[in-house]
Design a protein around this ligand. Structure first.
Ligand code: SF4
Ligand code: SF4
Length: 174
């Protein structure tokens, strides 16, 4: 069923509607300027939203106490990734007690769906997802994060060591 609205004499003129719309806009402008604390929007990038410590943001490859990668290149994260965005190239380690390590570990962030399956699949706590969430880039290639970005980016302060408790994880800012 369709409803046919009868036109009245005022609706033939656009001006009342435009003035009414401008009035609503002006009212909200004054309200936002006079009570900024109640505004629902943030002035990004000066103001940033703070997510909780359990938020699954940018990936981090953790490191051992000597600063080397914790990852053993077992491929479980890449196998579990539903977006097929993890690429790992494994190599033999000089130390016979270490079976393998990754000479290349890349995550294509543009394909990642931030599901956290890689973090859950890892048997040695070598990959975590933290509250950092901004991913700037100038082209497609700059969204492919390699080992230096994942493990040693400046915000990680030389790498996050796998001491395995949440307190240190939060303190490390990841
Ligand atoms: S968060 Fe999900 S989609 Fe992203 S790399 Fe990990 S498993 Fe793949
Ligand atoms: S990050 Fe974990 S699951 Fe992925 S290859 Fe390394 S050790 Fe295996």
């Amino acid at each position: 069923m369709s409803i046919v609205k009868k036109e009245n004499s005022l609706s033939k003129w656009y001006l009342p509607g435009i003035l009414k719309g401008l009035g609503i806009t002006f009212r909200n402008l004054i309200k936002n300027l006079t009570s900024r604390d109640e505004m629902l929007t943030l002035n990004y990038p000066e103001e940033k939203y703070e997510y909780g410590p359990r938020f699954k943001g940018n990936h981090v490859l953790t490191v051992k106490k000597d600063g080397s990668l914790r990852c053993t290149a077992c491929m479980l994260c890449a196998t579990n990734c539903p977006a097929d965005c993890i690429t790992i190239v494994a190599a033999e380690h000089d130390d016979p007690s270490v079976e393998k390590y990754p000479i290349n570990y890349e995550i294509d962030i543009l394909r990642c769906v931030f599901c956290g399956f890689c973090e859950e699949a890892c048997p040695v706590d070598a990959i975590r997802m933290g509250p950092e969430w901004q991913v700037p880039g100038v082209n497609g290639a700059s969204f492919i994060n390699n080992i230096s970005e994942l493990a040693y980016r400046p915000s990680l302060g030389g790498g996050i060591k796998t001491v395995l408790d949440d307190e240190e994880r939060i303190k490390g800012g990841i």
